[in-house]
Write a protein that binds this ligand. Structure first.
Ligand code: HEC
Ligand code: HEC
Length: 349
């Protein structure tokens, strides 16, 4: 269903500048010098855009909504509880915890760079970020609310109706709440050293990291994890070469993957290939959180998706490469006053 959101009169779409090379907030007009990369080689992975054209006021409003617990029935849980922006856009739990301590069915994927996903959710059941929002807000295992309650809760804070009215002709409505949050999510683009490498700066990643990227391509990882998101642009079965689900006698919907949506046998255990951007920050791994570490996830991929046991050295090289996908948040991604979490530390204690 196509929907048109009208911005308030006089609203000019401002561009959001992304932090890159350590210089945050550059003007979008200067952001796209010609690519320096070797254009004779067609890479399966593409660099993130240096800027995305979004309305800056909608981004800021969406950021505040994303961090607002009033979107949940008992005002205890914000989107950001399960998607901690400063910590890779995830909660670090095997399964998320919603209102009334309800335990979710699957591991929370990151919202960072989610604007590049061709569908949303592990099984792809939402076609857009806007549509996705109806999931968590109304799920009894997540925010357990509904639109009339959410709109009433937001209206009780006089600042919201005024902010919405200054941005949207329709003011504060379910579609404009969805639009603001989705616009914020689209701003969460995190360029990294690897993007500089793809644009031609050979020294942006080390020779070992380059060897890891080479492995990623020659082993075949890049046949599924590809494009700007290093994933997020196709469905694939989990267990191409070996059955990952053998021994599980009965499949919950979350293990069925696409089959739970299409009811087609051929879609059993078919999932959206996840983006690997910032993957070093998003443990545990897989829809069922069955891999506690990135090394174990990589080994499982080698065996079940490519049909070969990876050597310790191969896993090491792949881990080196995957580390280059940890990027920088754009300026203004965190609510005012929030400090970025320290993600540079060692193992969690
Ligand atoms: C209780 C924890 C929880 C809350 C609250 C929550 N999410 Fe999520 N989110 C999850 C889980 C778990 C998934 C994966 C669900 C699935 O795939 O079936 C998910 C998936 C997503 C995705 C899809 C990402 C992808 O790669 O497919 C987006 C986008 C997202 N959430 C945004 C939001 C927004 C916006 C809100 C607030 C309106 C929100 N979430 C609230 C746990 C949560
Ligand atoms: C045939 C397609 C395919 C190939 C080849 C493939 N993957 Fe995957 N990958 C997937 C799918 C599908 C998932 C999601 C599985 C799930 O959780 O249900 C996934 C998940 C992952 C995850 C977990 C991400 C997360 O956020 O939980 C990592 C890490 C990963 N792959 C790395 C690799 C590496 C490294 C290789 C090469 C050794 C590789 N993949 C090869 C399809 C593939």
């Amino acid at each position: 269903v196509a929907m048109v959101i009208l911005l308030a009169a006089g609203a000019a779409a401002g561009a959001i500048s992304l932090a890159s090379r350590g210089h945050a907030g550059r003007l979008s007009a200067n952001l796209d010098p010609p690519l320096a990369a070797d254009t004779t080689v067609r890479e399966p992975l593409q660099p993130l855009p240096r800027s995305v054209a979004l309305d800056a006021r909608a981004v800021a409003l969406g950021r505040d909504l994303f961090h607002d617990t009033r979107l949940s029935s008992d005002r205890s849980i914000a989107c950001a509880n399960c998607h901690v922006i400063a910590a890779g856009g995830v909660d670090g739990l095997p399964r998320s915890i919603g209102v009334n301590a309800a335990l979710g069915d699957v591991n929370a994927p990151t919202v960072l760079n989610s604007g590049f996903n061709f569908r949303q959710f592990w099984n792809g059941r939402a076609a857009s970020l806007e549509e996705q929002i109806d999931g968590p807000t109304q799920s009894p295992k997540e925010m357990n609310s509904n639109w009339p309650a959410i709109l009433a809760a937001l209206r009780s804070d006089a600042r919201y109706p005024a902010r919405f009215a200054s941005i949207y002709r329709d003011g504060l409505t379910a579609p404009t709440v969805r639009h603001a949050i989705a616009t914020y999510e689209r701003s969460l683009v995190t360029p990294s050293r690897f993007d500089r490498y793809l644009r031609g700066d050979r020294s942006a990643i080390t020779p070992r990291e380059q060897a890891g990227y080479h492995k990623f391509k020659t082993l075949g990882c890049a046949s599924c994890h590809q494009g700007v998101g290093v994933g997020g642009n196709m469905y694939q079965v989990f267990g191409v070469m070996h059955d990952y689900f053998s021994g599980r006698d009965r499949f919950p919907d979350s293990d069925l993957g696409r089959q739970a949506i299409t009811h087609d046998e051929r879609d059993r255990h078919v999932f959206k290939v996840p983006s690997l951007r910032n993957v070093a920050l998003t443990a545990p791994y897989f829809h069922d959180a069955s891999a506690p570490t990135l090394g174990s996830a990589v080994s499982i991929m080698g065996w079940y998706q490519l049909g070969r046991p990876l050597t310790v050295e191969e896993v090491d090289l792949l881990l080196e490469f995957l580390g280059t996908l940890t990027g920088e948040l754009p300026q203004g991604a965190l609510p005012e006053g929030a400090l970025p979490a320290d993600t540079t530390g060692g193992e969690p204690s």
